[in-house]
Ligand binder design. Structure first.
Ligand code: PLP
Ligand code: COI
Length: 343
């Protein structure tokens, strides 16, 4: 094996066409055996359900090379089950969890040369997706689907890596109360595109969305959950009373790391926008974002500045970041079942 000749430290969060992908098709009520293929292109009927009624769900996880040369990924069982939840919500067939995990293993092994070297700062992003290929014209679920997994090496999601970012309170909503905000469906991201383009034009890295019902509570950003650190150095995690926040695997892991590794108290509760100025630190967390520190929030011109400032991660967010990434990279002992060895 020989690693691809890429400048791993400066690849950014972009798509590189790796050599292999995994594809399985659903027809006549069942999934076929699935296979590894080199074909990165998809041919669809003009009437495919995904093109009309957005029947598509996806996932995101990462594979890492550890110091001793193994390739591992982080809690793929949770991605598998979340994708099953997403599929059920959009009336799509479930791709079984054990097959999901096996497909992740196969596609990562096939693309071993694309796994960034340990210590390079880059990782292999794994993107499972499922979409309706079957014909529909009336509004109804299709009866044929494709499940696919491709991979691409990635660097930091936000420019500047661990540098604090500035986010804005969005006037747009991400997810309706009791809608689809709690699943990972492409439709949730389509409607965030205008908001993120606008935010970028205004110089902000991300949007913070409020609950759509009362516009009082903090929900999440377009691509990550939110963490706060209170004046006692404990973690406060926004919870939605309308179930419209994506159940981030990174956030669920951080909550456990905070309690069990760092001895912090964790308060998971609805968080009002008007109390955020009391917090000392803020971070965004997700597979792509890892834990990205936020230096300030812009609320319609009014700045909410965190004590941790714009130069570096605050001390608690930093400890969480170091512990989580240490676990993911195999440097700190992981809780049972968190690190899945692929090779
Ligand atoms: N929230 C949104 C809207 C996301 O797109 C993501 C990314 O997956 C997350 C949160 C973080 O979830 P996870 O930690 O499972 O990647
Ligand atoms: C991820 O973190 O895996 C995501 O899907 C977020 C996306 C905005 C890149």
């Amino acid at each position: 094996m020989s690693k691809k000749d890429l400048d791993w430290s400066s690849i950014g969060f972009n798509y590189h066409v790796a050599d292999y992908r995994y594809v399985s098709n659903y027809k006549d009520g069942k999934w076929d055996d699935g296979e590894i293929t080199t074909d990165a292109k998809i041919v669809l009927s003009e009437d495919a359900g995904v093109l009309h009624y957005a029947q598509e769900v996806f996932e995101g996880l990462k594979a890492y090379e550890t110091e001793d040369g193994h390739i591992v990924c982080f809690r793929p069982d949770l991605n598998a089950t979340r994708m099953m939840d997403s599929a059920r919500r959009l009336e799509m067939p479930e791709f079984p969890a054990e097959r999901f995990i096996k497909a992740v293993e196969e596609v990562v092994k096939a693309n071993e040369d694309w796994v960034p070297p340990f210590g390079s700062g880059a990782t292999l992003y794994i993107r499972p997706l499922m979409f309706a290929t079957g014909n529909v014209i009336g509004v109804k679920p299709a009866d044929e689907y494709q499940f696919r997994i491709f991979v691409t090496p990635v660097g930091p999601y936000f420019k500047g890596g661990a540098k604090p970012i500035v986010v804005k309170i969005s006037d747009f909503d991400r997810a309706a109360p009791h809608g689809t905000g709690n699943i990972k469906a492409g439709l949730n991201y389509a409607m965030s595109l205008h908001a993120i383009v606008t935010a970028h034009e205004e110089g902000f890295a991300e949007n913070v969305y409020l609950d759509a019902q009362s516009r009082t509570y903090i929900e999440e950003t377009g691509g990550a959950n939110i963490l706060f650190v209170d004046e006692n150095g404990n973690l406060v995690v926004p919870k939605s009373f309308t179930d419209s926040i994506l159940p981030s695997i990174t956030r669920r892991s951080i909550v456990q790391v905070a309690k069990d590794y760092l001895g912090l108290e964790v308060d998971e509760r609805p968080v009002r926008l008007d109390e955020v100025h009391n917090f000392k630190e803020m971070g965004l967390c997700g597979t792509a974002a890892v834990i990205s520190p936020v230096g300030k929030i812009n609320d319609h011109g009014k700045e909410i500045c965190f004590e941790s400032g714009m130069d570096e991660m605050g001390p608690v967010i930093k400890k969480l970041y170091d512990t989580l990434t240490g676990i993911q990279m195999g440097e700190i002992e992981a809780p049972e079942g968190w690190v899945h060895v692929i090779k």
